[in-house]
Design a protein around this ligand. Sequence first.
Ligand SMILES: Cc1cc2nc3c(=O)[nH]c(=O)nc-3n(C[C@H](O)[C@H](O)[C@H](O)COP(=O)(O)OP(=O)(O)OC[C@H]3O[C@@H](n4cnc5c(N)ncnc54)[C@H](O)[C@@H]3O)c2cc1C
Length: 408
Amino acid sequence: MMKDCLIIGAGPAGLSAAISAAQNGVDVTVIDEFMKPGGRLLGQLHEEPDHVWWNGIEEAQKLFDEVLNQSIDLKLGTSVYHIEKANDNWLVHTNEGIYRGKTLLVAAGAAERSIPIPGWTLPGVMSIGAAQVMTNVHQVKPGHNGIVIGINVLSLAIARELQLAGVHLQGIVLPPEHLLTKGVSHPMDVFQSLLHLTHLAPSPLLKWGGLLAGKSAFIQRLSLQMYPKNGFKLWNISVQMKRVVTEIVGHEQVQGVKTADLTASGDIVPGSERTIPVDFVCIAGGLYPLVELVGVAGCPFKYIPSLGGHVPIHDERMKTPVDGLFVAGNITGIESAKVAKAQGHLAGLSISEALGKLTENAEIKRAIEHIEKTREKALIQFHPDIKKGRKHMETIAADFQKKEVSGQ
Ligand SMILES: Cc1cc2nc3c(=O)[nH]c(=O)nc-3n(C[C@H](O)[C@H](O)[C@H](O)COP(=O)(O)OP(=O)(O)OC[C@H]3O[C@@H](n4cnc5c(N)ncnc54)[C@H](O)[C@@H]3O)c2cc1C
């Protein structure tokens, strides 16, 4: 059966798009390989600065209720493995057969980067996202006494979630320096990347310290030199910017990690090596947009590090240069769930417009403004230069369009 619109991904972006499109009379099918709707929302639990908790399971339920309310067709447990275009329509190949649509929105989200570390194949070593899914989605503790390797916004947020679930953490430490850990293994690089997160700090002292250090290279160097060996405590979890894990050890499963202290300039302090016993290890290497499906659909890409890597070219209305192909959410750049939801809302409107079911431009304009406001207020910023990255993409999309129009 031919649908007006197929949406791949039932995360906040895909579900919001389905809702706003359906509200405009678009006949939508949403496809997702997981057995529950919500995408990565299902693992999220954060306390906002105003002390209100962001409970991803509740947010996913609200979207799901609206999907039911709009009688949107939702295919769960359905994995997409190929996309093609025939006679101007999209054919989406899945393990449950082929779906057909006039327009296609890909909202497949993001994936985690791994960091190779000696011993990382031992049972008990997992990505930080896997620990989040075990703990918050399946309600199974990943272990009793763990350590997190990789200091970034996601590892800080999930470490807090593990702590709330009653899991003990030895701390959050750095990965060893090698080709794949450039920018995330040197104490100064990590220190600078954390300065834009000082608003997350639970104590006013850390907040003010961060603001002050952010303004001066001298204060940054001094702060790092004085930074305690055992780290500072965030929610009582020690964040150790001057400690590195050099190896994960164990016989049939993780039994410990070998660590060493680092100087402010990133050199190992001789004689500081020791083994810390742990029963699980989380590796946090950051996120990148999951773009393979849009690649298969023929969409061109641009590499923009502040958006998380290779991203599909798209304009501010979420439209790609491929006719009838739209994108929304983390596939367009790594940001928080609230931004993904706002982008999904806009994509649903753009799809309605493309299908001739929405003529009111003002609604689209409001949706674009809403994304910007949401980004402005987002608690979790994965990259400090996200706004520059978004602007860069807008320019690329505009140039692309000009070339297409002039036939170059
Ligand atoms: C491991 C991890 C942890 C995260 N934790 C947080 C956090 O704590 N807080 C936060 O603000 N942000 C977090 N994020 C960022 C998060 O991606 C956004 O918050 C938000 O969920 C993005 O929404 P989305 O709709 O773009 O993608 P998602 O929420 O990721 O949804 C994408 C959906 O697409 C489906 N999908 C993908 N490929 C296919 C396919 N081939 N076939 C069928 N279905 C497919 C997936 O099953 C998924 O349900 C996390 C991201 C990851 C990867």
